[in-house]
Design a protein around this ligand. Structure first.
Ligand code: ADP
Ligand code: ADP
Length: 228
């Protein structure tokens, strides 16, 4: 479902962030992306949702080659890939409900179907009772759960999470992990960059370690493998 063939990325300033990556991630997998700071994890992840373009090589998602994709087709791609960030990125002037509904790509859906879809995803993240709240009225963990609801509302085949627990305390981080695991169990492929050693070593999944822009390790039920 996600394939990279001989992918290289050099930024315009000459930094070589990714130096020849070959990888396949199958439908329904849960993958942790780990590695030291500056190793290339964010660049790797950003190329999957086409925030960055590879300098060389192919990235194929659901049969589409992102490297060759025309700019006008990118919005369509983004609908099939949900993204969650460390800093949530919610719209402060919209309620929880509106933040999620806003992301929903409405194609001649009746208002009652839209409402049902939004409430269904708020249920998955256990926030149905806070639909009318605004982001500043929520804890950090709740804001991240809204961001997750927004990321999955279009039923994407892949959910990308870039350090989703980076701003959260340990208990809240576990809550977020249980939700991501639940979403994965429902069939969505999850690719998560993280520095959370405890989580990686406890909820065992495939671990892809990136060092110096190359794959240093790729293990099923792998370990975090760094001090922090
Ligand atoms: P990680 O997520 O593992 O910390 P990154 O992918 O953010 O690593 O960065 C990999 C390398 O690319 C680093 O040397 C970083 O400074 C550089 N880099 C990241 N983004 C940019 C950019 N937009 N322009 C130039 N260099 C960048
Ligand atoms: P945390 O433990 O992450 O610091 P808070 O103490 O900020 O969480 O919030 C605890 C609970 O109180 C959360 O469920 C949050 O939604 C609710 N809450 C916090 N601030 C407000 C507010 N201004 N209005 C309504 N509910 C709030």
């Amino acid at each position: 479902m996600i394939t990279m063939n001989e992918v290289w990325k050099t930024y315009p300033n000459g930094v070589m962030a990714i130096n020849g990556i070959d990888i396949t991630i199958d439908k329904g997998e849960f993958v942790y992306v780990v590695g030291p700071s500056g190793a290339g994890k964010s660049t790797f992840i950003k190329m999957i949702y086409r925030e960055e373009k590879p300098t060389r090589g192919d990235i194929i998602i659901d049969g589409k080659n992102l490297a060759k994709m025309k700019e006008r087709h990118i919005p369509l791609l983004r609908r099939r890939i949900g993204v969650v960030f460390q800093d949530f990125k919610l719209l402060p002037n919209l309620s929880v409900y509106e933040n999620v509904a806003f992301a929903l790509e409405v194609i001649e859906e009746s208002p009652s179907n839209i409402r049902k879809r939004v409430m269904d995803v708020l249920d998955i993240v256990h926030l149905k009772n806070k639909a009318r709240f605004y982001p500043h009225e929520l804890s950090g963990g709740e804001q991240q759960r809204v961001a997750i609801a927004r990321a999955i509302v279009n039923n994407p085949s892949v959910l990308i999470a870039d350090e989703p627990t980076g701003n959260l305390d340990p208990d809240t981080s576990w809550e977020i992990m249980h939700i991501l695991d639940d979403i994965n169990q429902r069939g969505t492929t999850v690719v998560m960059a993280t520095h959370n050693k405890e989580i990686v070593n406890t909820i065992r999944k495939r671990v892809i370690a990136i060092e110096g822009g190359r794959i240093a390790r790729d293990e099923m039920r792998g370990e975090y493998g760094y001090e922090r």
